[in-house]
Design a protein around this ligand. Structure first.
Ligand SMILES: Cc1cc2nc3c(=O)[nH]c(=O)nc-3n(C[C@H](O)[C@H](O)[C@H](O)COP(=O)(O)OP(=O)(O)OC[C@H]3O[C@@H](n4cnc5c(N)ncnc54)[C@H](O)[C@@H]3O)c2cc1C
Length: 423
């Protein structure tokens, strides 16, 4: 078993993807070369703004090439919570944005010719407990009536075999709106598009310090300096103390994935007859899907820590995968890897500004579509093509007990495990 991401091993950084030297000056400097940074760069470059993406490693190195590739509807904060918290109009706006985010990927696939195995086959949310199925039953009518969202369908336990080759669940809810893609192909395709429109992609360029000037900023990197009128931090789960005021707004959580070797076609069709994206209803949820080449990808947060041993995390995920799919017994695991999500206390993504520096982050595990959307949104804002965004208008919740080190994560992990254990 290899302890490297499967996606980038299968589809490495394309040799023809440009890597530019650091320019002396740009209108906008973007820190972080994932979906957020690249989408912002694409939009800015399209609008004749000079822009450089500064990435510590290689383009897409972060979560954007490591994720499950599941573009599912919604934001981590449940839509009912958003309506309760922000009012009906704004709550529904956020929900609608989550749908538009998937449409946006589809549109980019077409307009930018992104060859990233994008397929709109929907998702299946799986009830881990009978009470979770009861909640799904109540929700499906509410989605249709209140949200006018008609792509959802309840799957009672006796019909579950039409959707999944597992008898571990108490029913489910499908939503045909959701999609799947190949994350590495997607992130490199976005990078190609941004470069084609004129953005500079500067790799192996860690931003170490941001100096405020009378007008604009000077960014000190591991390979020299660049001055910029505006700076965008697009580092999500890899946000450090580069801008200390940002640290209390987001904390990193580890997510872990394993994949099997490619499965025989008959087994693929048995386990996932419709090619859905799957996730269960636990607090420590598992997410899984077939990869475009027919492997079972199985992911989850064993723990909230970012530094679990990849053999140990594979052992735990494998055990859980065999509970869900006993048919996979004896099928070898080929890869085990991890990456960092960016969580916010209110489970909302945010666009904001601290000390004049812009940021967009906090996707809480929904970044395939939402980072695409927020990256585009902040690109439009910085290019002057949009005057406001709902994601910039909500208060960004922080907690008095967190400023730098997320010491509370083990306690949160125990608490959520306890909730999952309670029946
Ligand atoms: C294992 C895993 C599975 C996931 N599965 C899904 C899924 O199925 N569906 C979904 O919607 N979301 C999923 N996510 C979340 C999703 O991948 C992220 O929300 C999304 O990729 C965030 O994109 P981003 O561009 O904001 O950040 P990232 O892609 O993480 O990019 C941030 C970049 O910033 C760079 N950086 C940090 N500091 C500096 C610095 N000082 N100087 C220069 N560069 C710097 C990092 O090197 C990194 O490359 C998953 C995440 C993980 C880790």
């Amino acid at each position: 078993m290899k302890t490297i991401p499967f996606w980038t091993e299968q589809f490495p950084r394309p040799a023809d993807l440009p890597s530019h030297p650091l320019p002396a000056q740009v209108d906008v400097a973007i820190v972080g070369g994932g979906y957020t940074g690249l989408n912002a760069a694409r939009v800015l470059a399209q609008n004749t703004t000079t822009v450089a993406v500064l990435e510590r490693h290689t383009i897409g190195w972060g979560a954007s090439s490591r994720n499950g590739g599941m573009a599912t509807v919604g934001i981590k904060a449940p839509v009912k919570v958003m309506i309760q918290r922000y009012g009906e109009s704004l709550g529904k706006t956020f929900w609608q944005a989550s749908l538009e985010a998937i449409d946006l990927i589809e549109q980019l696939v077409q307009t930018e010719s992104l060859d990233c195995d994008f397929q709109r086959r929907g998702h299946l949310a799986l009830a881990y407990k009978p009470s979770h199925f009861a909640t799904m039953q109540a929700n499906v009518a509410w989605y249709k009536q209140t949200l006018n969202h008609h792509t959802v369908r309840l799957v009672p336990p006796e019909e579950l075999h039409q959707e999944i080759g597992s008898s571990s669940y108490y029913g489910g809810l499908t939503d045909d709106y959701s999609a799947g893609l190949h994350p590495a192909k997607y992130v490199y395709g976005l990078a190609q598009a941004a470069a084609r429109h004129g953005a500079c992609l500067c790799e192996k360029m860690a931003v170490q310090h941001i100096e405020k000037l009378a007008a604009g900023y000077r960014l000190h990197t591991s390979q020299g300096t660049v001055t910029a009128q505006e700076v965008l931090i697009a580092t999500n789960g890899y946000t450090d103390r580069l801008v200390p005021a940002l640290k209390p707004k987001i904390f990193p959580v580890g997510s872990y994935i394993i994949v099997t070797e490619p499965l025989p076609l008959a087994l693929q069709e048995k386990l996932s007859p419709k090619g859905r994206m799957f996730y269960d209803s636990k607090n420590f949820l598992n997410y899984f899907r077939l990869t475009p080449d027919g492997r079972m990808l199985f992911g989850g947060r064993n723990n909230l820590r970012t530094n679990l041993d990849l053999h140990e995390s594979a052992r735990q995920l494998h055990q859980r995968m065999l509970q869900v799919f006993p048919d996979l017994t004896g099928i070898p695991i080929t890869h085990s890897w991890t990456g960092q999500l960016g969580l916010t206390f209110d489970l909302m993504p945010h666009i904001g500004r601290v000390n004049g520096i812009h940021y967009a982050f906090g996707y809480c595990g929904h970044g395939v579509s939402i980072a695409t959307y927020l990256g585009t949104e902040i690109g439009l804002l910085l290019a002057g093509k949009k005057q406001s965004s709902p994601f910039a208008e909500i208060k960004h919740q922080t907690m008095f007990f967190y400023r730098n080190h997320p010491w509370f994560l083990p306690f949160a992990a125990w608490y959520y495990r306890f909730l999952d254990w309670l029946s």
